[in-house]
Design a protein around this ligand. Structure first.
Ligand code: UDP
Length: 385
C-alpha cells in the first residue's frame, strides 16, 4: 500500500525487446493501481522492430527516449553511457523504486545508476544462473543480484540460487515470471501468422520456427555455417525471423542460406507467438523463448552449451544441443508420446499472477520510502562516498 495522498512513482528501465515484453504487464498492473510508471529506454535495441514498435504494441505511454545512442558500442562504453543517461533521468524523477528486468547491459546499468543514487532496485527475473561466466549475461546477473533490494525470482530454483549467493532471505520473493501473462496476452491479440506463412509458401505445411542471435552462434562464421547446415537437416522447412544481428553476420561471413530456410524480418510478438504455437518445433538460442514454449506447450531445441533456465529442460520442454546435435535433439523431442505429455504440462514459470505479486512488492517499497531511513538513503549527499 502506498502512503495516502501521494502517488507512488516508479521508473522502469528497458533496453531490449524481451525487457519491454516482460515488464509491460508489471507497468500496466502498477498504473492500474494508481502508480505513475515512467519507462526509461536505454537504446540498447535501436532497431524499430525490436524497440519502438514493441513499446507501441504493448501500450506503454509514459516513455522517455534514450539519452544518447548506445547501440553497437563496446560493452564497457555502452554500460558507462547508459549509466550516465539513466542517472540524469533518475535524479530528475526521484522515483520510489527502479524496476530492472533480466540480464542485459541495460538492466545492469539501470541497477547501478539507481543504486549509486540511493534508489531502491527491484529486479524482475532474479536469480537465474548459467554458472558460465563466459556469457556476458551471467556477469550482468551477478552484478544486478549484488545491487538489488528486492529480488523477484521466477521459480524456487532461482530463489535458491540467490540464497546460495548470500542474498538476504527477506529480500527474495518467488513471484513467477511475467512472461506467462505477456504470452497469454499476446496470444489474444490480432496477428499476421497466416499471411507470413503464405508469403514464404508454408501455408498448411509442417514447419520449424527458428531464431538465432547469440554471439556464440553468430559471431564465428564456422559456428554460423554449422547452424545453417543443421537447420537444413530438420524434417520440415524452417521459418527464420532473422534478428538484425544475424542478418548482418550471415552477409558479413558471405554465407548463403539453404533453400529450406525461409528468412523473414523480425515479427511482432503476437504474430511470432501464433507461429510458435503452430510450429512442429522451435529451434533457438533465445532466453525468453525457453520460457514462452512452456506456456505454449511446444518443444524447443536450445542451441547453446548452457542455460540459465534449467526448469524448461527438467520439465521436458527444452533440450540443449550444439549445432551438429540439433537434428538428434529434434527427433527426441518430436516423439509423439512426449509431445502429448508436453501439451498437458503446466509452465514452471508461474500461473500468470507474477505482475500482481511484483506490483505488491513495489507498492510496499513505495509506501516505505517515506520513512526517515529511506529518506536518508535517497539523499545523494549522504550516499556519495
Ligand atoms: N520475438 C518476437 N519476434 C520475433 C522473434 C522473437 O517478438 O521475430 C520475441 C520472443 O517471443 C521473445 C523475445 O522476442 O519474447 C526474445 O527476444 P530475444 O531472443 O531477442 O532475446 P532473449 O530472450 O534471448 O533475451
Amino acid at each position: 500500500m502506498s502512503r495516502p495522498g501521494r502517488q507512488p512513482v516508479v521508473a522502469a528501465v528497458m533496453g531490449t525487446r524481451p525487457e519491454i515484453i516482460k515488464l509491460a504487464p508489471v507497468v500496466h498492473e502498477l498504473t492500474g493501481r494508481g502508480a505513475r510508471v515512467r519507462t526509461l529506454l536505454t537504446g540498447q535495441h535501436y532497431d524499430r522492430a525490436l524497440a519502438g514498435d514493441v513499446v507501441d504494441a504493448f501500450g506503454l505511454t509514459d516513455v522517455e527516449p534514450p539519452a544518447a545512442p548506445v547501440g553497437g558500442l563496446a560493452r564497457a562504453d555502452q554500460v558507462a553511457a547508459m549509466i550516465t543517461g539513466l542517472a540524469a533521468s533518475l535524479r530528475e524523477l526521484r522515483p520510489d523504486a527502479v524496476l530492472v528486468q533480466g540480464d542485459t547491459n541495460s538492466a545492469s546499468a539501470g541497477a547501478q545508476a539507481a543504486h549509486y543514487l540511493g534508489l531502491p532496485v527491484v529486479h524482475v527475473e532474479a536469480g537465474l544462473r548459467s554458472h558460465d561466466r563466459r556469457m556476458p549475461e551471467e556477469v550482468n546477473r551477478l552484478v544486478i543480484g549484488a545491487l538489488a533490494d528486492v529480488h523477484c525470482a521466477p521459480t524456487p530454483e532461482s530463489a535458491a540460487n540467490l540464497l546460495a549467493a548470500g542474498a538476504d532471505r527477506a529480500a527474495v520473493h518467488v513471484t513467477g515470471n511475467p512472461v506467462v501473462e505477456a504470452t497469454l496476452a499476446s496470444l489474444q491479440r490480432p496477428h499476421r501468422a497466416a499471411e507470413v506463412l503464405r508469403s514464404v509458401h508454408l501455408a498448411g505445411m509442417l514447419f520449424v520456427l527458428a531464431t538465432v542471435h547469440r554471439p556464440e552462434n553468430t559471431d564465428d562464421p564456422v559456428a554460423l555455417a554449422a547452424l545453417l547446415r543443421a537447420l537444413d537437416l530438420l524434417p520440415a522447412p524452417v521459418l527464420l525471423p532473422a534478428h538484425p544481428r544475424t542478418t548482418a553476420r550471415i552477409a558479413a561471413a558471405g554465407l548463403t542460406t539453404p533453400r529450406s530456410l525461409r528468412v523473414v524480418e523480425p515479427l511482432d510478438h503476437a504474430t511470432f507467438l501464433a507461429l510458435a504455437a503452430q510450429a512442429q518445433l522451435v529451434v533457438s538460442d533465445s532466453g525468453g523463448l525457453q520460457e514462452e514454449v512452456t506456456v505454449l506447450g511446444r518443444p524447443m531445441v536450445v542451441v547453446r552449451t548452457s542455460t540459465e533456465r534449467p526448469e524448461s529442460v527438467s520439465a521436458g520442454f527444452c533440450r540443449l544441443a550444439r549445432p551438429a546435435g540439433v537434428p538428434g535433439a529434434a527427433a527426441e523431442l518430436l516423439d509423439p508420446d512426449h509431445l502429448a505429455a508436453l501439451a498437458q504440462r503446466p509452465s514452471p514459470y508461474g500461473d500468470g499472477s507474477a505482475s500482481r505479486r511484483i506490483a505488491d512488492l513495489v507498492l510496499d517499497l513505495a509506501a516505505r520510502s517515506g520513512s526517515p531511513g529511506a529518506r536518508a538513503r535517497q539523499d545523494p549527499g549522504l550516499v556519495a562516498l
